[in-house]
Design a protein around this ligand. Structure first.
Ligand SMILES: O=C(O)CCC(=O)C(=O)O
Length: 275
C-alpha cells in the first residue's frame, strides 16, 4: 500500500486506508507500506547496526540497540504501524526494548546447514484445539534497512497462512515442541501453496501477523541484509503485571533517554526487557 502525502504530513492513515490495511492484515496476514522512512535515515540506522559488529556479543551488543537512531520515534513509535496494531488488537498492547534485528549474509546457514531458512511461523495459534484461527494477538513490524531484493534474500511469505490451523499433536520431547511451533510446514507442503517474495525498498514498513509462514532466503550479495523486528503483544499476553520504573531503568534505558520518549512509547515499552 502507499502512504499518501497527506497521510505522511498528518502522521496518520485516513479511515479508508486504515480499514484496507486492517482488512489485508486479517485476510492476507500482512500489509506493506513502501518507503515510509527516508533512505538517509535508513542509512544512518544501517551504519549504526553495522557498528555492533565491533562490540563483544551479549550485553554490549544488546545495549547498543538502546541508543541513538534505534530509538527514533519513527521506528519505535511508527504512527502508521501503531494505528493498525491498535485497531487490530485494541488498547494497552505492549512491546519490549531492545527490539530484534534480522540479518542475512552470503554465508548465513540455517538448520541442517541449509541456505534457505526453514518455513516457520514466529508465533502459534491461541487454542489451536478449536480448529479455527482466532483474532491476531501478536504482530511484528519489520523495517528493511536496505532495499530488499531477490538477490539479497528478501523474505518469502505464504499469504493467508496465518489462518491455517493444523490438528494438534501433543509433543513428547523438547525437540518436538520446537518442531510443532517452528517447523510448521515441510518443503513439500510449502510448494503446494502460493508464496511471494517481499521485494521492497529500504524504509518500508511491514505489519505482519506472527502466525504467517515465512522464511529468510539466501543472500547472494556481499552486503548484509538487515531489518528491524519489533514485536507487539495484545494485552492478554501480559503476565508481568506492573513493573516499576526502577526495574526498567536498571535494564539499560537511561532516564534522560526515557524522558524523551513520546508518551505513547512510554506506555507501549512500559515493561523492562527480558534477558
Ligand atoms: O530475515 C528474514 O527474512 C526472516 C527472518 C525470520 O523469519 C526469523 O529469523 O524468524
Amino acid at each position: 500500500m502507499e502512504i499518501t502525502v497527506e497521510e505522511q504530513q498528518r502522521g496518520e492513515l485516513s479511515p479508508k486506508s486504515l480499514e484496507l490495511a486492517c482488512q489485508r492484515l486479517s485476510e492476507i496476514g500482512y500489509v506493506i507500506f513502501e518507503q515510509v522512512l527516508p533512505c538517509s535515515f535508513m542509512e544512518e540506522v544501517r551504519e549504526a547496526f553495522e557498528d555492533k559488529a565491533s562490540l563483544p556479543e551479549g550485553k554490549e551488543q544488546r545495549d547498543h540497540f538502546l541508543h541513538g537512531p534505534f530509538l527514533d520515534p519513527r521506528i519505535i513509535d511508527n504512527p502508521f504501524a501503531l494505528q493498525i496494531i491498535e485497531s487490530a488488537m485494541g488498547p494497552k498492547f505492549f512491546s519490549f526494548l531492545p527490539y530484534g534485528c534480522n540479518e542475512t549474509r552470503r554465508e548465513s546457514r540455517y538448520w541442517n546447514n541449509a541456505e534457505k531458512q526453514w518455513i516457520h511461523r514466529d508465533g502459534g495459534h491461541m487454542f489451536p484445539e478449536l480448529g479455527m484461527a482466532l483474532p491476531v494477538t501478536r504482530i511484528v513490524v519489520n523495517i528493511p534497512l536496505i532495499d530488499f531484493t531477490l538477490e539479497n534474500g528478501c523474505t518469502e511469505i505464504w499469504p493467508g497462512s496465518h489462518l491455517i490451523v493444523d490438528p494438534v499433536t501433543i509433543p513428547e520431547t523438547e525437540d518436538e515442541v520446537l518442531f510443532r511451533d517452528y517447523h510448521v510446514c515441510s518443503e513439500e507442503r510449502g510448494t503446494t501453496l502460493p508464496s511471494v517474495r517481499m521485494v521492497m525498498p529500504a524504509g518500508s514498513v511491514v505489519v505482519r501477523d506472527m502466525r504467517c509462514w515465512h522464511r529468510a532466503m539466501p543472500n547472494y550479495t556481499d552486503q548484509v541484509r538487515p531489518m528491524t523486528a519489533m514485536v507487539y503483544f495484545h494485552r492478554l499476553h501480559n503476565v508481568l503485571g506492573n513493573q516499576s520504573a526502577t526495574e526498567r531503568r536498571n535494564c539499560g534505558i537511561s532516564d534522560t533517554v526515557w524522558q524523551q520518549f513520546p508518551e505513547r512509547s512510554q506506555q507501549i515499552y512500559r515493561f523492562y526487557p527480558i534477558n
